[in-house]
Design a protein around this ligand. Structure first.
Ligand code: FES
Length: 107
């Protein structure tokens, strides 16, 4: 483990996973690297909305609002909340250490 490692907490429908990630990868990549279920069909090119994640209120404020293009794509995701983001559009850096998020419910 290096001092640049970033820790995030992912709630997958009640199962809590604590991930240690490299700086510079996206939240989507971190979740997929951990083997958690996040489809991310377009591979991070902002063309699918299947990397939808939901942040805590405090962490949504830390990460910041989505771009207009991301908002347009988010409109196509299921179960969107006002703290929803697309995981491929959030790059991890040390300022985001401790980020908490959940995966949308799967039906
Ligand atoms: Fe497709 Fe994020 S992986 S929009």
């Amino acid at each position: 483990m290096s001092t640049n490692d970033i820790h995030i907490v992912v709630d997958d429908n009640g199962q809590v996973h604590r991930l240690t990630c490299r700086s510079g990868i996206s939240v989507m990549e971190a979740i997929r690297n951990a083997g958690l279920p996040l489809e991310a069909a377009c591979g991070g090119s902002l063309a699918c909305a299947t990397c939808h994640i939901i942040l805590s209120e405090a962490d949504y404020a830390r990460v910041g609002a989505p771009s207009e293009d991301e908002e347009d794509m988010l409109d196509q995701a299921f179960g969107v909340t006002r703290t929803s983001r697309l995981g491929c559009q959030i790059l991890l850096d040390p300022s985001l250490d401790g980020l908490g998020l959940r995966l949308p419910a799967r039906s």
